[in-house]
Design a protein. Structure first.
Length: 616
């Protein structure tokens, strides 16, 4: 049974969107923009030397591969449509080349020192090398066991053309696997800045091929840890080569307030130039992945009963502390902060869409709860769930099996996928392939939710996720349609989250129930009773006796004020299903409480927002 939120829906003339040239014939493509192989120094040193871009692409295309971490066959239940192999730009390929005896790396001062530490390449020796690199990279070379300065280290392992061989191999692998119309292999990398222990990482990719990508080496945090310098480089390189880059921030949840700041990294107030550059190059943010969910936090959104989801507090600060979350750490508060900054400088620097991706360091985009490959070698096996991962004080069971990016594109090609990112017609899933359409306009009626072609009605009467509402007559209405993953749990409900800026410059948020399964009714507080839980804690099995396969609805903002800037996005909740830690606990014969994580979770999808800006 489908239930729709009630309210008066007035039929008015649908006004044009601000981006009238948006395509209206789009299909859903699933992918991962954040996948590491052994060309990333940490992957190799954490004990996964055999992970290659070819393995990553084969796996993403649904083919069986031998897992680089376990040595057993592993395969996705369904293939992905696109993939970015995004190895760390810092020293990309230098560690495998060191141990393969490449004299360009091995016969340097740093190379000889690292080989002396790890002559047998045991797990313990490689971990020690990793520790030395982290100390030197953090400016703590005085605490390292080897007498190598940061300048010498960069000169020997990174500078000049030392990364060219591996970068060319990365490009060639993407070219081999790119199959327009069937599978898209995008060329990219990760810029991995971590000032003061706060995560400021960005994944960068492009629609162009080898002819353009071979003209440069990927910009890294060893050139600069300041994102403003990254954006300047993107601009300059784009002008020189024609590359149309996209940069995707990830893990705001562990940024110690640096991801959605009110001032720049150098301490200056955010100005229009900063906002303009950031808005140009960063159209979306990775809101969910293995190292936690960054949509909201219960301390920042105390009235949101679903804000506590895959919270990952293990910040990599030099002193090991885990500070309380701030508004600069979570996407919802960042979206609100963007409204306030726009009111001051005229441009919203945080006008971002939302996607999920994995950040897998296994070379496999494997994030199904019952097929989770872990973050990396340290948490691949069930018995490693209670072991430290090497990432702060986190353990294997603290890692979340997430996520994927859903993209509404005109076709499965590099150009079309990147174009969808640019216009923010993308959404995030924590893993299940939940299909979501979300449109905003002024003429949606209840009948549109039952249309045989919801997308046609959505594009005709409004703008899709990522769009801007023109100023219209009366309050905007929103059309949302969600369909479950065919092999996953049913859907519980669809909510719309609204954020707005009042006349006094203060930001607010509210969660609205839009459509839900069953015959439940919201209470006086507007909240629905829980849907229930069918998970058997002894077997890890569940049933779809509750929930719905599809949920559609139309919602009109009952609290709309035409003078207040606002954003709206949809959140789709699945019924409770077993978390990977429960499945591990059952298999190991331990209590699920021993994992430190819940037995069940409600997986979800987040759409990119739709924004409303008053004419003034």
């Amino acid at each position: 049974m489908r239930v729709f939120a009630t309210g008066v829906l007035t039929t008015v003339l649908a006004l044009p969107a601000l981006a009238a040239d948006r395509p209206t014939d789009t299909s859903l493509y699933w992918g991962d923009t954040h996948l590491h192989t052994s060309n990333s120094f940490d992957v190799y040193l954490f004990g996964t030397p055999g992970s290659t871009p070819d393995t990553a692409f084969h796996f993403a295309k649904g083919e069986p591969v031998v897992s680089p971490t376990t040595g057993v066959r592993w395969q996705l239940k369904a293939p992905l449509d696109f993939l970015v192999v995004s190895d760390h730009a810092e020293m990309i390929g230098s560690i495998p080349r060191l141990y393969h005896g490449d004299p360009v790396i091995a016969d340097t001062v740093t190379g000889r020192a690292l080989l002396k530490i790890s002559p047998d390449q045991t797990v313990e020796q490689l971990q020690q090398v990793y520790d030395q690199i982290v100390l030197i990279g953090s400016g703590l070379e005085d605490e390292a066991d080897i007498d190598i300065s940061a300048k010498q280290f960069i000169e020997d392992m990174h500078a000049g053309e030392k990364r060219r061989t591996t970068w060319n191999e990365t490009i060639e692998a993407a070219e081999r696997h790119n199959d327009p119309g069937n599978f898209t292999a995008l060329i990219g990398w990760e810029w991995s800045a971590q000032p003061r222990g706060g995560n400021l990482h960005r994944v960068v990719f492009m629609p162009e091929g080898a002819d353009v990508a071979s003209q440069f080496l990927p910009y890294s945090a060893l050139e600069s840890k300041d994102p403003e310098d990254l954006w300047r480089w993107l601009e300059e390189t784009s002008e020189k080569t024609g590359a149309d880059f996209v940069a995707i921030p990830h893990n705001p949840n562990i940024s110690i307030g640096l991801f959605f700041p009110t001032e720049t990294l150098s301490g200056d107030p955010i100005d229009a130039e900063y906002a303009k550059r950031r808005a140009r190059w960063e159209p979306a943010v990775e809101v969910t992945q293995i190292k936690g969910d960054s949509e909201a936090h219960p301390l920042l959104s105390p009235t949101d009963e679903f804000a506590e989801y895959e919270t990952y507090p293990f910040v990599l600060t030099p002193d090991g502390r885990t500070p309380d979350p701030t508004e600069g750490d979570y996407v919802r508060s960042g979206l609100k902060r963007g409204l306030a900054i726009q009111a001051e400088v005229g441009i919203n620097p945080y006008k971002v869409g939302m996607i999920g991706s994995t950040d897998s360091h296994t070379g496999m985009s494997a994030v199904e709860e019952d097929n989770f490959a872990g973050k990396g070698q340290h948490d691949t096996y069930p018995e490693q769930g209670s072991h430290p991962t090497g990432l702060g004080s986190s353990k294997g069971w603290d890692m979340g099996a997430a996520g994927y990016a859903g993209v509404w594109a005109t076709e499965n090609t590099r150009e079309a996928i990147v174009a969808a990112f640019k216009r923010k017609e993308v959404f995030a899933s924590t893993g299940p392939r939940i299909s979501v359409r979300f449109f905003g306009g002024y003429g949606f009626e209840k009948a549109d939710a039952g249309s045989a072609d919801i997308a046609a009605a959505g594009y005709r009467k409004g703008v899709p996720m990522g769009g801007d509402l023109a100023v219209g007559e009366g309050a905007p209405s929103f059309l949302v349609a969600a369909m479950k993953d065919p092999v996953e749990g049913n859907l519980d409900r669809v909510q719309i989250i609204k954020g707005w800026l009042d006349k006094d410059g203060k930001t607010h948020e509210k969660v609205y129930e839009v459509t839900w399964s069953g015959d439940r009714k919201p209470g006086t507080d507007g909240k629905l009773p829980p849907i229930g839980n069918t998970v058997d804690l002894r077997t890890g099995r569940y049933t779809n006796d509750i929930g719905e396969e599809t949920l559609t609805g139309v919602w009109k903002d009952p609290d709309f004020d035409p003078a207040q800037p606002a954003f709206y996005y949809a959140r789709v909740l699945q019924i409770p299903t077993p978390r990977h830690s429960l499945l591990d606990a059952i298999a190991l014969g331990v209590e699920v409480e021993d994992t430190g994580r819940p037995a069940t979770i409600q997986e979800r999808a987040y759409t990119s927002p739709i924004w409303y800006t008053p004419e003034s």
